[in-house]
Write a protein that binds this ligand. Sequence first.
Ligand code: ADP
Ligand code: MG
Length: 629
Amino acid sequence: MIRQLAPHVADLIAAGEVVERPASVVKELVENALDAGSSAVIVEVQRGGMGLIRVTDNGCGIAPEELPTAFLRHATSKLQGPEDLGRIGTLGFRGEALAAISAVSRVDILTRRREDAAGAALHLEGGIPGAVEDAGAPEGTTITVRDLFYNTPARLKFMRKDSAETAAANGLMQHLALSHPDVSFKFRKDGADALHTPGDGRLESAVYAALGRDFARSLVPVEGKGGDVTVSGFVTKPLQCRGSRSMQVFFVNGRFIKSQLLTAALEEGYRNQIMKGKFPGCVLAVTLPVELVDVNVHPAKTQVKFAQEQAVFDTVYHTVLDCLAAQGAPQPAAPAPEQVQNQRGDFFQSMDARTFRAQHTAPPARPASRPHPAWDSERPSASARLSDSASVVTYGAKRREPMPQEQRPLPKPPEKPRTFVPAIPRAQAEEVPGQRAIEPPKEEPWRIAGEVLRTYIICESGDGNVWLIDKHAAHERVNFDRMKAAQEPPMRQTLLQPAAVELGQMDKELLLENLPLLEEFGFSCEDFGGGTLLIREVPADIDAGDVQAVLEELAACLLMGRSLEERRESMLHTMACKAAIKGGWKSDPAELRVLVEKVQSGEVQYCPHGRPVAVKRTKYELEKMFKRA
Ligand code: ADP
Ligand code: MG
């Protein structure tokens, strides 16, 4: 029976706006359909839901005489007394959704219970119900919401583009479909099918349908139990981890939630198994007694509080750890990092793309569709690679607006450099072979003593200081400054064969919405249906194998950035990082010299993420360390 909650119960409920955007309407309506025990749910949206939202289910239906009550505030059939709040087993419980939705739109509802011969229909405008009418109807409920926010112009003004709303609804539908593999979901947007899950009760079927074949193939099943907590689902193989956390999907008792605790537990299970900057993806269902989880903590019901956090953490962590261990240690698909050199062979080229371009203004010797060398199956020699790069045409991407002056990092004036007088004969210092014969290197106020752990450059400066420089961080900073100051579009590579990159619907839509920004960074891509993006061109200084991870990270930047400037800046970070040589890679001494020079001149101090690029120990500090001083 649908009844209005007594005020003292209603007051206990975490209050908040339920109808923020079309996707929140979809969420509430689908949750109602699931609570009604449906085995099939069809969702249609037009214009991102601003035109129309229709949810059809085959659930229990509503009695005609209760129909108007369902639209009253705090009217619910799912809760009665305050004691029920401690054991919520349904997705809804506040009795607010239908009231809130109907208050800001035009709603039609058609419903029939199995036991009733005839169904009932009701129309509401701005929350005011008309008369309940008899109507022929299939078993279940259909709710149609039109003209959302028609009577709240202020709210209407704040709506994002329809495509953004469609993407949000789509992401939500994926989560809902994954959370209930036993229910068949259909999602249609603007007349086209975007999602269809079989509802056969198998999570892998839902994952395949909702997140795509490639992602499904990167998964391994996990299953575990600890005390009252059960964990089951899929996690990505360590070698197929992703560039962002966008593919981490958690459910608690069938409810999609965001949880730092669960993310931390999952990632802890991968410790030492994945590369820095990579994240596992997962679809994990956590099940525990309803009394042990409080869902009444967040208005959108997307967060929960666990009564026994440690038990939940441990169960997820051990389940993931054990299942990964059972898979065996990851077989490195790529050579060990020590073997890897900068595959792009473009260190100097990217250090100064403009000069490079200026030197190669002759028309390309080969068609522009020559792929990036890294796409070639046989690796050409270094010099051949360089001439390949020379044949790359720069396309007419829009000129990037120069950054405002005050945002450019101000180079710090160097502190009176003194010429370094080598204490060790020059010959022992790292030099570019053959360079001395052509032109003796000018005396630098510093000397590279070597590189350790293939990551840190050890350097001695003329003023008696010893420096450790993180070569990746330094290169990242140099790239960042260069990209930020660039007045011209970046160099691009046209792929011989466009690459289809599967990103998931959310990320794909987000990227498509921001095509001009992607163009600016040197990507040219288009929609390839489903969650897949077709990539035709990529920036010259990005590795072929990295494109998917880079795009995932860029999508994460787009999602997090509040303003265009913020988004552009964090995308720059990502691009600078991805174009940098990596710790563990073999580096040419000449490359290291360029980086040391940048650090010693004071131009580079911190990586764009704020981590230090170099640490300095003075002679005095060293002497103290060794008790000489
Ligand atoms: P809540 O879900 O928190 O109870 P709602 O405002 O979403 O509140 O819905 C009010 C009531 O209307 C529900 O408690 C339920 O009894 C009924 N109802 C809503 N949608 C459906 C549906 N699709 N099928 C059957 N009953 C529904
Ligand atoms: Mg509800």
